[in-house]
Design a protein around this ligand. Sequence first.
Ligand code: NAP
Ligand code: ZN
Length: 346
Amino acid sequence: MRAIGFHRFGPPEVLVPLELPDPVPGPGDVIVRVAATSVNRLDVLMRTGIGDPGIPFPHVLGCDIVGTVATLGPGTDGYSEGERVVVNTCYGCGACGACRRGDEVRCPEWKSFGLQVHGGYGELVRVPARSLVRPPGGYSSEELACLPMVLSVAWRSLHVPAMQGPGDWVAVRAASGGVGLTALRLGQQMGLRMIALTRSPARNARLQEMGAEAVVDASRGEEAVVKEVRALTGGHGVHLVMEATGVTLGSSIDMVRDGGAVVVYGSLGGRQSTIDVVRTYRHSVQVIGLHNGNRDDLSEAFEFLAAHGVRPLLGEVLGVEQAAEAHRRFERRDHLGKIVLRHPGP
Ligand SMILES: NC(=O)c1ccc[n+]([C@@H]2O[C@H](COP(=O)([O-])OP(=O)(O)OC[C@H]3O[C@@H](n4cnc5c(N)ncnc54)[C@H](OP(=O)(O)O)[C@@H]3O)[C@@H](O)[C@H]2O)c1
Ligand SMILES: [Zn+2]
């Protein structure tokens, strides 16, 4: 099969065409013929080696996979060849307690496509059938390819127990990124009051169109950000902070109300932060680490999108052979919306 991959860590130019053996399905697996994938921060972290879990080369990126079932392995009843599918980004061993509960992200052996195993920049991918989701109708493959990773994380964050329902306040860091924009759109539809924290205040109007009730300029320093978020919420603080920048965890804890939560899923600005431990326990702040999502999270989130007519923000579509150029554009960050890579074919 054809794929775009890399033999060494480095700049976008390390992404080159590869010819690899076709994957073979084991019991319970299907082979998916990929129609489209999208560029995620994870791809850049992997290509540059920052997020390397110790992969062998060559490596094929792509955690978002949309396509059709090409081959069925033994024990994959219920699916048929040619059927359109979306693949959940993460899967576990399938046998441990967490996996049996459907909580595969907590499996000690969890794997993500494009991270420990080859992903959607390849023409074919081997996938456990239990990771497949039937997509809602009315969405193109390019639109669906924008979603699995960012949607799962946004969906799970907005459903932590500290969230009580419509009217709750949520502060979203890195608001103009993939997860941020998705959270704004979801949150608006859920009746939540969304505050976008962004280093790009020039995008103020766009972020409001996407669902932000207020936009806070995060480049003015954390003290000002905490003050503004508190003022916006009548001095109480938010119910939830979606923490994508990592280094700001301490001030995220400072802007949460009593019993609120900070969901930590990214480290865009760095992986160390200083927190006020006393404030954390005196105000019963919950700090929750989160990665990927389970199949059922993705499936529920798709149903919600379809029921509310929410479409992903599709930035641009390039051919998969232009992956290096797509990464250059992604890193320039002058795009808003996801960059999708399309495989040749119908
Ligand atoms: N745990 C998981 O499973 C999981 C899943 C998805 C993503 N993530 C992580 O969550 C974070 C956000 O993901 P994403 O998909 O939204 O990423 P993205 O699309 O690359 O987000 C880029 C945006 O992040 C903001 N940003 C703030 N500080 C930044 C910095 N120091 N460097 C670069 N960008 C910065 C900028 O938005 P503003 O200009 O609006 O500030 C930028 O436009 C990443 O760290 C990603 O690795 C984790
Ligand atoms: Zn397991």
